[in-house]
Design a protein around this ligand. Sequence first.
Ligand SMILES: [Zn+2]
Length: 176
Amino acid sequence: MSSKVTRYPGTEITGDQAKAGRYLLTRYETELRYSWSSGKAISRFLEGLRDGELWGRRCDGCGRTMVPPRMYCELCFRPTDSWVRLKDTARVVTYSVSYVNADASRREGEEPVIVAVVEIEGASPMMGMLHLLGEVSADELAVGMRVKAVWKPRGERRGAITDIAYFRPVRGGPQA
Ligand SMILES: [Zn+2]
């Protein structure tokens, strides 16, 4: 025999009743503190960012150099083999020119935000990251454009992807 529950036992407290003080109400603010392990590969990657360096991980099985690095190759089903120091230059794979802020308000009178997926030079194809582009106008943008990381000053780096302020075009060098 099965019966569908249409009403739960107990007495519902409505918002109006609570506001009217019909029930004891206790308010408190929690202070939540927690740590999260970023793992062996990403920890080294983040430490590298703090030092102004990009590190990838090579798999001898498939020959790929992965960035962000991982300790296990999902294609070969085996641990990756070695650390590879990468240059901080990249190619633009795709980009988006945004005239709205993160809160959906218009960027009136401000330059648009340019977000791009960049492929790090020296790593395997399609290895890279989503980041900001700077020192470039929307008209100049092109897929394949060569860019270089602009690092925050050493004292402002925190071991985060934002230690790179943005990528800027490499002008005068070979393009695509
Ligand atoms: Zn592999």
